[in-house]
Design a protein around this ligand. Structure first.
Ligand SMILES: C[S@@+](CC[C@H](N)C(=O)[O-])C[C@H]1O[C@@H](n2cnc3c(N)ncnc32)[C@H](O)[C@@H]1O
Length: 249
């Protein structure tokens, strides 16, 4: 039996090896093409999560944002133009290189680091994570949220986007994830296989789990594919101050 640390190292190795083919998942290409009806539903759900992210950033206007597990920049590209300064962290130099080339923004500072040993270098108005929380083992969930809390400036908030369970979200040749164990087998285009952590939550369950870590969470599910929403520290002293809107938005 591999140790948890070995599984987490395997998970890092998987995303490093997958860097060049990662975006096929998001754009429903190759093994992720599930037919036009499913692909259209996927795109409609993407539009929902991207719109709610744009809305919250327009409302709260965070000056500083920490993006955890930034990957190839599918969200960094939306975040960078909407904040003053962005720190984007990932364990893979390969995905960071793709992200940097895609986003090409001067306000993004990239940090290569293992998030399970990450000490936030500053306090941020927003901590953003997309498709990362589902890769945090149950045993490390609380410690992860302690780190998020340390990373938040007074009044700051976390924004989460992740997978809801739908059998057509994974590649056509990926075995069904082992929901009980919170593990999944992933295959690359060249056939190599990796075992990674993958936990699927329902929105109320995720809210309750984050609440146990000292946050008020409000998570919604899109029609099929995604969970998204915010978590604010529940300590009233840390309650976020919404900036006064200068005009109607
Ligand atoms: C599912 S991808 C999500 C990427 C991106 N946020 C997105 O929405 O496309 C997970 C990311 O986590 C990164 N990762 C995996 N293990 C990590 C670790 N221990 N510390 C930091 N990043 C890690 C991978 O390199 C990969 O970029």
């Amino acid at each position: 039996m591999p140790t948890e640390r070995e599984i987490l190292d395997h998970q890092i190795a998987y995303y490093r090896a997958r860097a060049g083919e990662y975006d096929a998942w998001w754009f429903r290409q190759g093994r992720y093409d599930r037919g036009e009806a499913n692909n259209a539903a996927w795109r409609a759900d993407i539009a929902v999560v991207e719109r709610s992210l744009a809305d919250v950033l327009a409302r709260r206007r965070p000056a500083t944002l920490l993006e955890l597990a930034c990957g190839t920049g599918l969200f960094t590209r939306h975040l960078a133009p909407r904040v003053g300064a962005l720190t984007a962290v990932d364990a893979s130099s390969e995905v960071i290189a793709i992200n940097r080339a895609r986003v090409g923004a001067t306000n993004v500072d990239y940090v290569e680091a293992d998030l399970f040993a990450f000490d936030p270098p500053a306090r941020y108005d927003c901590v953003f994570m997309s498709f990362w929380l589902s890769h945090v083992p149950r045993s490390r969930f609380d410690a992860f949220w302690t780190m998020v809390r340390r990373a938040l400036a007074p009044g700051g908030f976390a924004w989460i986007i992740d997978s809801a369970h739908d059998p057509t979200s994974r590649a056509v040749d990926h075995p069904r994830p082992d929901a009980q164990a919170g593990m999944a087998t992933r295959r690359l285009d060249d056939g190599r296989e990796f075992r990674i952590v993958k936990l699927f939550y329902e929105a109320p369950e995720l809210e309750a789990r984050i609440a146990k870590c000292g946050f008020n969470a409000s998570i919604a599910r899109t029609t099929r594919y995604f969970l998204h929403g915010e978590a604010r520290p529940s300590n009233a002293a840390d309650a976020p101050a919404e900036p006064q809107s200068a005009s109607s938005e």
